[in-house]
Design a protein around this ligand. Structure first.
Ligand SMILES: Nc1ncnc2c1ncn2[C@@H]1O[C@H](COP(=O)(O)OP(=O)(O)OP(=O)(O)O)[C@@H](O)[C@H]1O
Ligand SMILES: [Mg+2]
Length: 277
């Protein structure tokens, strides 16, 4: 078991896609100050795929996710969900940020119930749904607390519950565990894997951690230095193995080494670019 190169834009994948990214590029600003963040990118993401995106800092990962979330327009090309071009945020796409996106003045329960309330779900139903999601992420007894009373890991779990409560078809996660310590991170990765297996959600997950990508993903893309494009794409099967210690195997180490090698080249390029800005 290991990782295998894959064409994420093959005709079969395109025909079967839940989410597509088609000829999508993005340039910020204009004239001499223009920054090309993304070169044209084409990928097809299938229903239930768990796509992890790794790439050097500044290569356009967040930009890509923001376009798919509908927060940011593409310069050229498009992203589609079930064939519909994405032009704005929508409840069918749940987003989890790196940190700090909770409302500090609302209880944990009200934070999670906020989305359903905004969509017009009656208050009792919204609260019941929120409570259920909090139980799913192991925070059932924390619903009356406020975000500042929770640890960073707990806050991220609330963020995940808040995204899940809308029953989105796609989850978009931008380094959701980056600020957490390694042990918390590993525990939450196991929880996410369980949630993904139980719900069958389609997930796009940005991370700087290759281990995280290998542990969680069905597919991994490695992006190049800015302007970000697909440098390599892999089918990964480690996430199918229930062993939480899969990371200790020789196959995992070999896969990790392969991706580290690809990323190192790009990180060095990115570094040189930054030095010349
Ligand atoms: N709103 C903006 N206006 C101008 N330039 C931007 C804007 N947002 C991002 N950029 C530029 O686009 C490039 C890609 O940024 P982005 O945040 O997508 O990178 P990233 O891959 O998410 O990086 P990191 O790993 O550090 O989070 C960077 O050069 C950044 O400076
Ligand atoms: Mg980013």
């Amino acid at each position: 078991m290991s990782i295998e190169p894959i064409d994420l834009n093959s005709p079969e994948r395109r025909a079967d896609a839940k989410l597509t990214i088609e000829g999508l590029s993005k340039t910020f600003g204009g004239g001499a100050d223009a920054v090309q963040a993304l070169a044209p990118i084409d990928i097809s993401i299938g229903l239930g795929d768990f796509l992890c995106v790794v790439g050097p800092s500044g290569c356009g990962k967040t930009t890509l996710l923001n376009i798919v979330a509908g927060f940011e327009p593409a310069t050229a090309g498009q992203a589609t969900l079930d064939g519909q071009v994405i032009t704005r945020p929508g409840a069918e796409r749940g987003v989890v940020f790196q940190q700090g996106a909770l409302f500090n003045w609302l209880s944990v329960l009200e934070n999670v119930a906020f989305g359903p309330r905004a969509r017009g779900v009656p208050v009792a139903q919204a609260r019941a749904d929120a409570q259920k999601m909090l139980e799913m992420v192991g925070l059932g007894s924390f619903s009356s607390k406020y975000p500042y009373q929770l640890s960073g890991g707990m806050q991220q779990r609330v963020g995940i519950a808040r995204a899940l409560v809308n029953d989105p078809e796609v989850l978009l996660m931008d380094e959701p565990f980056a600020a957490l310590d390694q042990q918390t991170r590993e525990l939450l990765q196991e929880e996410v894997r369980k949630i993904w297996q139980e719900t069958g959600k389609t997930i796009m997950w940005i991370t700087h951690s290759i281990e995280e990508a290998l542990f969680l993903a069905t597919h991994i893309i490695v992006m190049s230095a800015r302007p970000g494009k697909i440098k390599a794409a892999f089918r990964s099967r480690f996430s199918e193995n229930p062993d939480p210690l899969i990371g200790a195997t020789a196959e995992f180490t070999a896969a990790r080494r392969e991706i580290v090698g690809l990323l190192r080249e790009e990180s060095q390029k990115a570094r040189r670019q930054e030095e010349h800005v």
